[in-house]
Design a protein around this ligand. Structure first.
Ligand code: ADP
Ligand code: UDP
Length: 237
């Protein structure tokens, strides 16, 4: 498959057209942003770690019956994905209170939720991804009711695969963000699943193995990405 012009450059990835109309090539960058873009930096080889970690998780999800956009990694920073028509939603699943949920609701970080929960944001940089609910998503024409239901079903199904898998690796899956799109009209999981988009805590120490090290200036920022790749695949970079 031949890479053609760049279609879009985002905060963490670049998306390229290919000579196949059903596929894109996604390139993972080292750029990192937090606080909705107000904090910017680079994390050494983050693009390599996230390409590999995302490829690992999407392959694991496929093996567990959750179809997704991932086709294959073509080098350390690039992967071929199915071309999706993205829904402008960020879908967040939470198992444990952290981040904006702790702040907004005045709860302690680390409180284990009685059951996993899901929430939506409108994907919009200028508006800082405002919170919306599933009714807004339908009323605003962002997705149909059936699509929203399917998004929620798949989001919890992803949690049901990843949470026990990670527990086995000594990692608590605190929360994570997913993005979905349509592939020939069908709701399909896209984007990435990585330490940029998930909170991973060491099960014993609650050490952060994710982008919170960058967001909160906790030091050894690339250490979390390295440790997660090692626990998932055994690979040491
Ligand atoms: P952002 O747009 O938030 O800055 P990224 O830097 O991660 O994010 O850019 C990747 C972009 O590609 C995102 O806008 C995401 O919605 C989009 N995307 C992810 N997977 C696919 C796909 N399979 N097809 C089309 N677009 C995708
Ligand atoms: N998240 C993300 N992109 C966003 C916002 C959140 O990937 O634009 C992820 C984040 O990494 C965490 C989860 O979604 O795993 C929940 O984030 P939260 O709402 O707590 O926001 P934050 O505290 O990061 O602002």
């Amino acid at each position: 498959m031949k890479q053609l012009d760049m279609l879009y450059e985002g905060k963490a990835k670049k998306v390229y057209k290919t000579d196949d109309e059903d596929h894109y090539i996604v390139h993972y960058k080292d750029d990192a942003t937090a606080l909705n873009g107000a904090k910017k930096g680079t994390i050494y080889d983050k693009g390599v770690f996230n390409n590999k970690i995302t490829s690992f998780f999407f392959t694991l999800l496929k093996k567990n019956g959750i179809d997704n956009h991932f086709e294959k990694m073509i080098n350390d920073r690039d992967q071929i994905v199915k071309k999706l028509q993205m829904l402008p939603l960020e879908v967040i699943v939470r198992n444990v209170v952290a981040g904006s949920m702790a702040k907004r609701l005045g709860r302690e970080e680390g409180e284990v939720l009685i059951r996993p929960t899901v929430e939506f944001s409108l994907k919009s940089d200028p508006l800082d991804d405002p919170w919306i609910n599933e009714y807004y998503a339908v009323s605003l024409g962002l997705a149909t009711e059936e699509q929203v239901k399917e998004v929620i079903r798949q989001a919890f199904a992803v949690n049901d695969v990843l949470k026990p898998f990670l527990a086995d690796k000594g990692v608590v899956l605190v929360d994570f963000k997913l993005e979905f799109g349509l592939f020939h009209g069908q709701v399909m999981l896209g984007d990435e699943i990585s330490p940029d988009t998930c909170r991973f805590w060491d099960a014993d120490t609650h050490e952060h193995l994710d982008k919170d090290r960058f967001r909160r200036d906790l030091g050894d920022v690339d250490g979390g990405y390295k440790e997660m790749l090692k626990r998932l695949t055994g690979e040491v970079l």
